[in-house]
Every structure is written in C-alpha cells, then in structure tokens.
Design a protein around this ligand. Structure first.
Ligand SMILES: Cc1cc2nc3c(=O)[nH]c(=O)nc-3n(C[C@H](O)[C@H](O)[C@H](O)COP(=O)(O)O)c2cc1C
Length: 518
C-alpha cells in the first residue's frame, strides 16, 4: 500500500463505475429506519453562539468567485467573529428545511449529493477576535462553535503540511472531514467520490466568501493524515480529513517554526458524540482507497506538494467560439445567491444566452489558490444556448473558448448519460468535468484521486453559484462512467468523468403542478 500503489486507485475507480447494466443488476434499497443523522453533535462540549444577524456580502457572486486571492489580508487586523461566521455560514450554513414523505430535510448553503451532508467543519482559530485560540467544531444546526481544545494549533498543522507557508501564516485554519457512513448509506463504496464532490461545493462557497471579505485563502490537501486526524480526534476508518483551508494571512516576518514543535501531540478528546444511526455498515473498498491515498510521511507530503502535471494539450480545435462574459453587475450578490441557491428539480426546455453560459463556465478559469495543480477539463453537451450551435464541446480553461467536438441534437444522449435523468435532457447545457486519471495518478499518486474529485466539486459548486446569481438553475448529477467517455471520444479518450452539472431555465413549481394535474 502507499500513495504510489496506483493499482489500488485504478481498481477502486473501475469497480465503482456506474453502467447501464450494473445499476440494474445491483440495486440498493435505502434503509430509512437507519438513515444517518446529518449533524455531528457533541452534547457535552461548551459552545460559543455565533452572531445571527449576518450581513452577507453584496459583492456580485461572479466577482467574488473570480477575485484574485489576496496575498495578505486587506487590513492587518485579526479576523473577527462576524467575518468568520459569514464565511462558515456560506460554507455549511443551514439555509432552509422541509419535510418530504415524513422525512425532515435540512438544506445547506452548498449542494450535497442526496442531501446527506457527509462533510464536517472544524476550525483551528489562532487570531480570531471573540474566540480564544483553540480547536472548534462548527455546528450548523444551532449556529454555534463547540470548543474541543484550547491552544494555537496552527504550527502543529503547518508541520503536518510540510511547513506550508499559508498554514503557518493563517489567522484560522478550517478543516473539512468526511463522515463516510452518511454517504455510503445511499451510495455504498462509490460514496468516496461523492464526499470529495460535496467538500468541493462547500469550498466553492468558502473561497468566494473569503474573497468577498478580501482575505487570503488557500486550500491544502498535501498533509500527513494521522496528525490531523489526531487533532480532530477522528476515527480514521469512519471519518477522513479532506483538506485544510488557510484563512487570512499575517505578514510572515516574525514567523519561524521548529521541528521540535511536532512533539506537542494532542491527547484523545474523550468527548461523546450522538450516534448517527442505530448501526453503521463499513465498505471495505472505500476503506481501501482511503488508506491507499493517505500520506504517511513528511517526505510523501513534500513530494506531492511539489508535483506538477505535465502539460498535455487537448487536440486542436476545428472550430471554436468565445462568447463575451456578462458584466459582474448583472450577477446577484454572493449572500443573496447563497440563500437562493438550490438544485433545479426540473428544467424548461428553453435556451439561455451564450453570454450566460460563458459567464458560468468562466468560473472554472477564476484563480483558485491550492497546493495541487489543476486536473480537471470541462466538456459540455449544449442542448439550447442562443448563440452556440447545439452539440458536444470542449471548454478550454486557458482561453475560455468552446471548441466544437461534434454538432447536433444530443438531448437524448445527455439524459441517458446522467443516469437517465430527465434533468440532463431538459437543461440548456450539461457540463461534464473530466480528468486524465493516469496522468493525475502518475504525478500525484493516489492523493491525486482525492484532488481531482475535490477540484471537480469546486468547479461544479462555482457553476452552481454563477447560475443562480444570473437567475438560472443548476444541479449536480451523477453519470454512466464509460459511456460518457465514449460519447466525447476520440477527443476525451483516456479521460474519466468526475462530476456533471446541468444548467438551464428552471421550470416553475406552478408549471410542475399543472403537469402533474394533467
Ligand atoms: C455531487 C452532487 C451530485 C448530485 N447528483 C444528483 C443527481 O444525480 N440527481 C439529482 O436530482 N440531484 C443531484 N444532486 C443535487 C442534490 O440532490 C441536492 O444538492 C441536495 O438534495 C440538496 O439540495 P439543494 O442543492 O437544493 O440545497 C447532486 C448534488 C451534488 C452536489
């Protein structure tokens, strides 16, 4: 085993593919009586109530997504609790709830496959006015921070991340973790992919919210897993750390850390949490890929952090179009967008404008501060976009151009590829985030599998925000793996789909009710 045993990832990817045949031959009935709780609850931990009157950012959402990351904070003040709460709320806040078929659903700021919300948010606060330095757990249900440990854990985390400067200099470090059972309950072993997508949609919101506050923000995925698990007291078989996010940046002048500090290892927390369900089932294939993509030594962390992806340009375009993007002022403010965002449940078969699609896609070009290289290439099926002929396209991130793969009417194929969901057939455009997995694994080892899924989630989350900020709808979608590659072949030969997002004109509730009545 180990990060370089790439066969482990290849095997996992292969056996968790969806195909027309295996979704029929291997159905899975949901055990509703054992549905996992979507919150991690620490009944005995002390809490800090966060401010509820949140003046969420009015910066146009597309501007917030696209803002170049700050190198240092705009002001040299510590973070304050209100700013931090706005960021945490946009990442994981509870935005609405409803009861469907006797089941209560609490919806959050970012989309989550199946509304299962497997991702937890922890915070190592170092320089946050109103919160003592310490480790906290963010509780979206009651908008509180639960105190887990005292102390400034920034240097401990920086050592786990091979002294990544952004972590050493951060004012606070957010950690996202995945509680696998929440997602395996529905998606079984394939859930490992879903956890990283879901973390990605949250990171799209988090980075936009931090940009809107003019704070430096960096996503770090190269770290030794064990010390971070120890800090948050995660049982590695059940809860995996997804990433660290360094928020805010003080001037580096006075910061030095020595390796000796790594000795300060945190003791077990011994804090009870409420069980998620009456029993939990573990999935060995998921456990294996999680183990295989761990970084166990600082040398492994350094190697992954220094890795780059060799450029392998996609085939030259036969024909391409580069529509203008819309002025930022046309987009709703970030706060309003986050509150209005949902997942479209039905699309009207109506076109959006080429400029709208160009604006939504431009979010995949916007700067993103990460310690891993870009791995994702977007492909599209365009069903109805005024100004772009219907067909299959490659979106070149470097230039923002839509390059024709084949022209034609592919609504039927789009609906089929996303697991035969009509959302794919009815949307205006179906974005398919793909990656050259061999190339990613060669460069980054198994850790690259996590990175690619995370990046696809971030790009998908950004597309969601941009679509809703323009008054359009979006939804994440899952897919038939090999059929998708075949559809975009030969252009996409050797590439694997990671996630799909459909965008378009939402069908109103009134129209849906009218349809049902007919
Ligand atoms: C990665 C991902 C995959 C998704 N896949 C599907 C899907 O296949 N079909 C679907 O109808 N919705 C899908 N969704 C939408 C979720 O069901 C939706 O986000 C969740 O119910 C929460 O609702 P909200 O987005 O309206 O807040 C997906 C969302 C994400 C983030």
């Amino acid at each position: 085993m180990g990060n370089n045993d790439r066969e482990a990832t290849r095997r996992y990817h292969e056996i968790t593919k969806h195909s027309y045949t295996n979704v029929r031959s291997n159905p899975h009935a949901l055990d509703w009586d054992n549905r996992p709780l979507t919150y991690k609850i620490y009944p005995a931990a002390g809490a800090i109530a966060l401010p509820r009157e949140l003046d969420l950012s009015a910066m146009p959402a597309t501007a917030a997504i696209g803002a170049a990351p700050a190198r240092l904070d705009a002001t040299d003040e510590p973070l304050n609790l209100e700013t931090l709460t706005r960021i945490l709320f946009c990442t994981a806040g509870l935005t609405r709830s409803k009861t469907v078929g006797g089941e209560d659903y609490h919806f959050r700021a970012a989309a989550s496959a199946g509304a299962l919300y497997p991702i937890e948010v922890y915070l190592a606060a170092s320089e946050v006015e109103g919160a003592e330095p310490g480790l906290y757990h963010f509780s979206p249900a009651d908008l509180k921070l639960r105190g887990l440990r005292r102390g400034d854990w920034r240097e401990y985390l920086a050592l786990a991340a091979a002294k990544r400067p952004a972590v050493i200099e951060a004012r606070a470090v957010v950690m996202l973790s995945a509680i696998f059972w929440r997602s395996t309950w529905k998606y079984r072993a394939r859930a490992y992919r879903y956890c990283f997508w879901d973390a990605g949609t949250m990171l799209a919101n988090l980075t936009a919210a931090a940009n809107a506050e003019r704070l430096a923000v960096e996503i770090v995925t190269a770290f030794e897993d064990a010390p971070v698990e120890r800090l948050i007291d995660a049982d590695a078989e059940r809860e995996g750390v997804v990433c660290l996010v360094a928020i805010g940046r003080r001037a580096p002048a006075s910061v030095t850390i020595s390796d000796a500090q790594s000795a300060a290892s945190p003791a077990p927390l011994k804090l009870d949490t409420v069980p998620l369900s009456t029993h939990e089932k573990s999935y060995e294939d998921l456990a294996k890929i999680h183990r295989a993509s761990r970084l166990e030594t600082i040398e492994e962390v350094r190697a992954v952090a220094a890795a780059s992806l060799e450029a392998r340009p996609a085939p030259a375009a036969i024909e391409s179009i580069t529509p203008a993007v819309l002025p930022e002022a046309d987009a709703l403010g970030l706060g309003e967008t986050v509150l209005r965002r949902g997942s479209a449940r039905a699309f009207a078969r109506e076109p959006i404008a080429a400029e709208e699609l160009a604006t939504i896609m431009a979010t995949s070009r916007a700067p993103l501060q990460t310690d891993f290289p870009p791995t994702v290439e977007p492909y599209l099926i365009i069903n109805a976009v005024d100004g772009i002929a219907s067909g299959a396209y490659y979106y070149r991130r470097e230039t923002g151009s839509f390059e024709v793969i084949k022209c034609g009417e592919f609504r039927g194929e789009a609906g089929y590829l996303c697991l035969e969901q009509t959302l794919g057939a009815d949307c205006s455009a179906l974005i398919c985030y793909m990656t050259d997995l061999d190339r990613v694994l060669d460069a980054l080892g198994n850790r690259g599998y996590r990175d690619a899924h995370l990046e696809a989630g971030i790009l998908g989350g950004r597309a969601y925000l941009a679509a809703y900020s323009l008054g359009r709808g979006a939804t994440g979608l899952t897919f038939y793996d090999d059929d998708t590659t075949k559809f975009f072949a030969p252009h996409a030969e050797g590439k694997s789909p990671l996630l799909m997002v459909a965008v378009g004109v939402q069908r109103s509730r009134a129209a849906l009710i009218e349809d049902d009545a007919e």
